[in-house]
Design a protein around this ligand. Structure first.
Ligand code: ME8
Length: 536
């Protein structure tokens, strides 16, 4: 049987400053999605990277007294080290200054010139250096303020190449109609249509002459390619589009059956849902399946960002609580698709409630009971099931089905919430079944066996489903249950009851309980203090 194929990307980040927890948020969610699909047997290609050209980077480098290349090289390292620390499983990391990318962008630009989709004209408009965007008179308003970031804009004029958007507007609207799931959340689609398309979409200026840190246009070397045409192309360069070996491109992108998902923050929606599909159509290539706009990691005083000076680094959290706790927090605390606020209190509570009291406790007490009542061996149970057993078994089976459906719909927080609810149910099952009472009555040995057998299976299922998040601890769960390698896979969890006879092995607590007051104080201290390990 052919494997299902799945492509997922994060935005390629600007290496203008060190990555913070907001960047870690998007990349971690992409990683959890990618690992979840791999677990289920999909062929996955997961890419992240850095967007290294543009005026902003050039200015930052000048201010730092180094060349733009030196400047980005240093910061890119901070991104790759963070992804290593967060155990991100990307299949490639693309840098837009790489030769493979530069050549591909130049070739794409030439193809668009040949197609008559790009022409030379002259541009005058209101320019925001921060957003690297031109705006119209109406958009900047009487105060001449960037509608995206609120900074002052400046009037600029330059000879420039333009991409003929007008040619593709009708087919874009038709594409939206035919693919109602293309933009999530769907409200964003109407916003795009009403704000940008209906008022009349001007042709897009796709070259610049006012600075030179960019990919030179082959047709006119004093022009560099506009940073967004350069950046968006990364999604296909990374697969080898237009390069001598384009086998990955053919395998993943060129297959209409491949599900192609771009995760992005709301600030870059316009580029991904308007211009990117148009560029692809101009090249005769298929569109992505879905652009998913995730929410923002906020602080109490607003969006977490380097420029606001309120950015929290992931490092101190990873070092003190382990990468799994941080990954779990990011997935569960902020409903995927909505904004969320980072507070030290909620971080500590989330870890204590879910990982310590719920999951860790279930494993710990179950393995202890197996040691006490059955010399650590998971009983084989083939007898009758009582109502409690039946209910738990059904809940476990339903959880697998719900997890798949929710994860496929990118309802990632909800998918893992289902799993944690199953864990809660198993804890309640212990309370309701009272194994300590069953153990006192030799006639109830069968029932006691049933309880242990059901608990082992539920922990095994929950551990497997949580493994895309718990990249360090999931195997410790399996070690404690004595699960052999050949059962550590997704298909095997569907055979409820195949664990009889395995020898469990009690281990350390999965997650140590956090002292709330002490840890809140610790997190507050690192939020305020020096925090960039990799920046040193
Ligand atoms: O826009 N919370 O790069 P960028 C959650 N290079 N996510 C956040 C966040 C926060 N506080 N802050 C940033 C660019 N992000 C372009 C992209 S793609 C072809 C080019 C995430 O470094 C979020 O996903 O400004 C946002 O879209 C992205 O970082 C912007 O990163």
């Amino acid at each position: 049987m052919n494997k299902k194929k799945f492509f997922i990307s994060t935005p390629i980040y600007y290496p203008s400053a060190s990555p913070h927890l907001g960047h870690a948020y998007c990349t971690t969610l992409a990683d959890v999605i990618a690992r979840g699909k791999r677990l289920r047997g999909y062929d996955v290609f997961f890419v992240t990277g850095t967007d290294e050209h543009g005026e902003k980077i050039q200015k930052n480098a000048e201010a730092a007294g180094v060349t733009p290349q030196e400047f980005v090289d240093k910061i890119v390292e901070r991104f790759t080290s963070l992804w290593d620390a967060m155990k991100i499983s990307n299949d490639d990391f693309i840098r837009t200054t790489e030769e493979r990318h530069v050549k591909t962008v130049q070739n794409i630009f030439s193809d668009m010139v040949k197609n008559d989709d790009i022409y030379l004209g002259s541009y005058e408009g209101w320019y925001c250096v921060h957003e690297e965007s031109y705006w119209t008179e109406t958009q900047v308003g009487p105060d001449h303020i960037c509608p995206e970031c609120g900074r002052p804009v400046e009037k600029k004029s330059e000879p420039a190449f333009f991409f003929k958007c007008s040619k593709y507007v009708d087919s874009l609207l038709k594409f939206y109609d035919e693919h109602p799931n293309f933009i999530t959340p769907v409200a964003r689609k109407n916003e795009m249509i009403n704000t940008f398309i209906k008022p009349g979409l001007s042709d897009l200026c796709v070259s610049r002459t006012t600075f030179d840190w960019g990919i030179p246009v082959k047709e006119a070397e004093d022009h560099v390619v506009y940073v967004w045409l350069d950046a968006l192309t990364n999604y296909i360069t990374v697969l080898g589009y237009g390069q001598p070996d384009d086998s990955k491109f053919q395998y993943f992108w060129n297959d209409p059956e491949t599900e192609i998902v771009h995760l992005i923050g709301a600030d870059i929606t316009r580029f991904h849902v308007i211009y990117w599909p148009m560029f692809l159509e101009s090249l005769g290539l298929r569109e992505p399946s879905r652009v998913f706009v995730h929410g923002l990691m906020m602080m109490k005083d607003g969006k977490m960002s380097k420029s606001k000076g309120n950015a929290v680094s992931a490092y101190p959290l990873i070092e003190r609580y382990g990468v799994d706790a941080v990954r779990y927090y990011l997935v569960s605390e902020i409903t995927f698709g909505q904004n969320g606020v980072f507070t030290p209190e909620q971080f500590v509570e989330r870890v204590n409630n879910d990982l310590v009291n719920n999951l860790g406790n279930l494993l710990n007490r179950s393995v202890s009971m197996m040691a006490k009542y059955f010399d650590g061996v998971i009983p084989e149970y083939k007898g009758e099931l009582n109502d409690l057993d039946t209910e738990l078994k059904k809940a476990a089976e339903k959880t697998i089905v719900a997890y798949e459906a929710l994860a496929d719909d990118l309802k990632i927080t909800e998918a893992y919430e289902e799993v944690m609810q199953l864990v809660s149910k198993a804890n309640k099952y212990i309370q309701d079944s009272e194994p300590w009472s069953l153990a006192k009555d030799p006639e109830k040995k069968g029932q006691l066996e049933s309880v242990m057998y059901h608990l082992a299976n539920v922990i095994y299922i929950a551990g497997t489903l949580l493994s895309p998040i718990l990249v360090e601890k999931a195997h410790l769960i399996f070690d404690q249950l004595g699960i052999p390698e050949d059962l550590r896979n997704y298909e095997s969890i569907k055979n409820f009851g195949n664990l009889g006879g395995l020898k469990t092995q009690k281990g350390d607590l999965l997650f140590p309980r956090l002292d709330e007051a002490k840890e809140v104080e610790y997190i507050q201290s690192v939020m305020a203090g020096p925090k960039e390990k990799a920046a040193a």
